[in-house]
Design a protein around this ligand. Structure first.
Ligand code: CIR
Length: 255
């Protein structure tokens, strides 16, 4: 009997000093961000995950976005070397938290890769060549995962932070995609496009047969519901000001 574990980390008091690439800096209400993050964790629980929340890292502004620190597969986890230098100290605590559950390997300098650029579909890891993830690290990742029967395919992504800003898997057969940022045909599945007025709406977290999905994108949500998907909305608007979304706030693994 396996358990779905969702590893999260409390919102840092320094979140307002987060990295920003495509967004202008706006004031972030820290209390509200924490309340939203708490509700997000409750939603993970409601969808069947056992949430393990790591303590706050006061000096690491983006440390709530744990997805970027590791690529967790069935029997191995690859600890990343994040593309933003300010985020590199996030990884040792994540490695410690994952060590009881997975064999660990690491991306070494000069390679950089963010977990947000890695989309697993079956036995393929699609990896976005973004501003954070470069070819040297993609080669390292390929060598780490090949012995586990996993193939790495690099894909072009433009106009957004990470591959998973542009595309996520929403059920066995389909991805949700913004065609302005990534080629929808690259992933070998059928696709649903985001509403044209909701460019950042492609990030959905698939868990327990449902989708955890940001409340900010009602039109795309309507498309998902019409397509027969079960959607649980969460308000993550304060985290969105830090260029975060729903997949980035957890690492989900079977233990
Ligand atoms: C960053 O720029 O690294 C953070 N402010 C946002 C990271 C979001 N991560 C993700 O979507 N995987």
């Amino acid at each position: 009997m396996t358990t779905t574990l969702a590893l999260t980390r409390a919102v840092s008091r320094s979140l307002s000093r987060c990295e920003l690439t495509h967004l202008a800096r706006r004031p972030i209400d820290l209390d509200r961000a924490r309340a939203q993050h708490h509700a997000y964790e409750q939603a993970l629980s409601a969808l069947g995950a056992r949430v393990v929340s790591l303590p706050e890292e006061p000096d690491l502004p983006d440390s709530v976005f744990v997805e970027d620190t590791a690529i967790v597969l069935d029997d191995v986890a690859v600890i990343t070397r994040p593309g933003a230098e300010s985020r590199r100290l996030e990884t040792p605590t994540i490695a410690r938290a994952l060590a009881p559950y997975r064999a660990l390997c690491t991306i070494e300098p000069p390679g950089t890769i963010d977990g947000g650029d890695v989309l697993r579909i079956g036995s393929t890891l699609f990896v976005g060549r973004s501003g954070r993830t470069e070819p040297q690290a993609i080669s390292q990742l390929r060598e780490h995962v090949a012995p586990h029967g996993i193939t790495v395919v690099a894909v072009a992504v433009k106009g957004c932070l990470h591959l998973k800003s542009a595309v996520t898997q929403i059920d066995e057969d389909r991805v949700l995609v913004n065609p302005a940022w990534v080629n929808p045909g690259d992933f070998g599945l059928a696709w649903i496009e985001v509403d044209p007025d909701e460019s950042s709406a492609a990030n959905a977290l698939r868990l327990g047969g449902s989708l955890l999905y940001p409340a900010s994108y009602p039109r795309t949500r309507e498309r998902l519901s019409r397509a027969g998907l079960t959607v649980l909305s969460v308000d993550v608007s304060e985290l969105e000001k830090a260029e975060g979304a729903v997949t980035c706030c957890s690492l989900v693994l079977q233990v």
